[in-house]
Ligand binder design. Sequence first.
Ligand SMILES: Cc1c2[nH]c(c1CCC(=O)O)Cc1[nH]c(c(CCC(=O)O)c1C)Cc1[nH]c(c(CCC(=O)O)c1C)Cc1[nH]c(c(C)c1CCC(=O)O)C2
Length: 356
Amino acid sequence: MTPSQRFLAACRRQPVDRTPVWFMRQAGRIFPEFRALRRQYGFVELMQHPDLCAEITVMPVERLGVDAAILFADIMTPLQPLGVDYRIEPGVGPVVGQPLAAAADLGRLRRFDPREELAPVLETVRLVRRALGDRVPLIGFAGAPFTLACYLIEGRPSREFHRARALMYGDPAFWHGLMERLAETVLDYLRAQVEAGVQAVQLFDSWVGGLGPAAYRRFVLPYSRRVLEGLGDLGVPRIHFGTGNAALLPLMAQAGAEVVGVDWRVDLDRAWEAIGPDKAIQGNLDPAALLAPFDQVEEQARDVLRRAAGRPGHIFNLGHGVLPETPVDHLRRLVELVHRVTERPAEPEPEPVAGA
Ligand SMILES: Cc1c2[nH]c(c1CCC(=O)O)Cc1[nH]c(c(CCC(=O)O)c1C)Cc1[nH]c(c(CCC(=O)O)c1C)Cc1[nH]c(c(C)c1CCC(=O)O)C2
């Protein structure tokens, strides 16, 4: 098995020579070169430069030795052609110019072809595939309809997304109309990424943990399912990630992905029981552990691996994105540790059959 096959094999719960590892938010923020670029370009402007985005995407593969690259873009990227004006404010996050408040606002959302209006992102995919060759696969991604709806309604990051949740219960016609448009947009965008060459996709539902299971089932699951099932004919593994509420895991596992990404608030073995043995699992080291001395990182990482117990279908990752102040060297040593601890003897070559 070559390193290039490890990640995709684990997504399909096939045996691997070492547990594959990559980190959410590995592209950008932790590298000084990225911070220098950001002094030159606004985040949205940077998206118009496929050559630079490709370079940022490939950087963690070279520096950290991870088993997959993730496209450098943002969950907000497809919202601009949809007609939503936003900026990324350093230290805050996405800020939307005119948040949506009622069904009448849905008329502001445009229909668009991602192949045309997000051409620079798709060009980044093609450049990265060329640069990586068969070293490691490239993961594409999008924000899930719920998490995007939260930003569109609140207008900026919020701890609990009260306004979004209130509108969800109080104006279901608006809510379902918005979720339908977002599901359609995200599906079309992800299909375009796969056509351009991404080899797996991750749907980020970062803020979904603010909901309980009944609300999730009614207001969110149908739309995440529409996106994930709508990719089914393309044959690429689908990863479905959410944070904050382990009680949602059995429902998230029903949305149509092969892999469920779990945060650090649940033990990996318990999470695997919750999603079922027919799913692969991704996670779940606490990103804050990486700010501690490396012997603590090692202890926490070994605990995750012990709970995975060598079962096929574990992709090592953090429970959420890499924190910006994480020492790059800790990440590099963590990749090496996961590979070393999980190394399995190569499968013996089958004996040639005499006379065949
Ligand atoms: C909620 C969310 C966002 N963006 C994303 C999510 C889902 C994952 C998660 O929950 O962490 C996803 C994302 N954003 C970015 C990527 C690129 C690939 C990667 O490294 O994983 C990915 C996969 C680049 C980025 N997206 C952003 C940056 C920092 C931009 C800057 O330099 O100002 C990067 C590298 C901006 C952004 N974009 C967002 C926030 C909250 C912020 C600001 C805070 C931050 O730095 O994380 C929204």
